[in-house]
Design a binder for this molecule. Structure first.
Ligand code: SF4
Length: 322
């Protein structure tokens, strides 16, 4: 059976009518993801005993401390939500989770841009933004992991980055399971150009960990690698490092290409640099050469398909194709 990434999902996104008014949030992307990832889901507000439908809750900031209260009657559920969130995370740690998709701007699940109010009732928003109570426990406990909300995932580039992260981390599970240097070397080798595109310096550091000159135990080497791998993938791909990686790949074919083919590629790269074409254009040209020249080492490189290409549809949203 094909492996799938394991992703936490706020239940009200396409999987439960558990919002305060009995509705759920729709998302074309999350619907599509159902075939490609395994979701573990929860609705923290329902889990702490709030009914559906219910009075909406909000974050109030009477002084410096934030409290989670029902918006009209002011019933304080801060302690309940904090206790539940910690307990949930301690249970979740027993599973090998690869990423999180949380409901945007929710006082419970939100990871950013959650409104705060001075008090309950007809009080205006303070103008300050914060994180939801459950969302912040996730952020604190899963630093470096892919954590997004369904609103941000409307952006093509953010979706692409998120998918690359969860699929790469899932592929690393095989190394964790086999627990051998051979599995680690294979992983590092297949991901060489992906890691170079993400962070060239860290790609070299990862190479040093694999070389294991200090003769550390296999388990320790793999753990150090896993930690740095997550940090290497933390920030989205950038144009400058992508161009550097593409030039490295181009180097493989220089001797086999005609002058006009080389000129066409370099012109395309310049267009990519000037933001006139997306990354998919120069990488597709290289991929075509990999196939044409039957370049075996490059054929296995994950940079050409870091996640199943059917998942991403540029029509899902017009935002952020880069
Ligand atoms: S945002 Fe979170 S707590 Fe609120 S309804 Fe959705 S899953 Fe439940």
């Amino acid at each position: 059976m094909k492996r799938k990434p394991l992703v936490f999902l706020s239940k009200c996104i396409e999987h439960g009518h558990c919002r305060y008014d009995g509705s759920q949030t729709s998302s074309i992307f999350i619907k599509k993801l159902e075939d490609y990832v395994d979701f573990v889901m929860a609705c923290p507000e329902v889990e702490i005993g709030l009914p559906v439908p219910r009075e909406a809750i909000r974050i109030i900031k009477p002084k410096d401390t934030e409290l989670l209260v029902s918006s009209q009657t002011g019933v304080d559920v801060t302690e309940k939500m904090e206790a539940y969130s910690k307990e949930y995370v301690s249970q979740l740690k027993e599973r090998n989770i690869h990423g999180f998709i949380l409901k945007s701007r929710s006082p419970s699940c939100g990871i950013k841009d959650v409104k705060t109010y001075k008090t309950f009732g007809k009080a205006p928003s303070t103008g300050d933004k914060t994180t939801g109570f459950f969302g912040r426990v996730i952020l604190e406990n899963y630093q470096g992991y892919p954590i997004e909300d369904e609103g941000r995932l409307m952006n093509y580039n953010i979706r692409e980055h998120f998918l690359t992260q969860i699929y790469t981390l899932m592929a690393f599970d095989e190394v964790l399971e086999k627990n051998t240097m051979k599995a680690l070397i294979d992983f590092h080798s297949k991901n060489k150009y992906l890691l170079m595109a993400y962070h060239q310096m860290r790609q070299r550091e990862l190479g040093k960990i694999v070389a294991n000159h200090e003769n550390k135990k296999v388990k320790d080497v793999i753990n150090s690698y896993a930690d740095l791998l997550r940090r290497s993938l933390e920030k989205p791909l950038r144009r400058g490092t992508n161009i550097n990686m593409l030039m490295h790949l181009f180097g493989y074919f220089k001797k086999d290409l005609s002058a006009s083919e080389k000129a066409y590629f370099l012109d395309t790269l310049e267009k990519y640099h000037m933001k006139k074409v997306p990354f998919s254009v120069p990488i597709a040209i290289i991929h075509a050469w990999v196939i044409r020249f039957d370049e075996k080492y490059l054929k296995q490189q994950t940079i050409f398909e870091p996640y199943p290409s059917e998942i991403l549809d540029v029509n899902d949203s017009g935002k952020g194709i880069d």
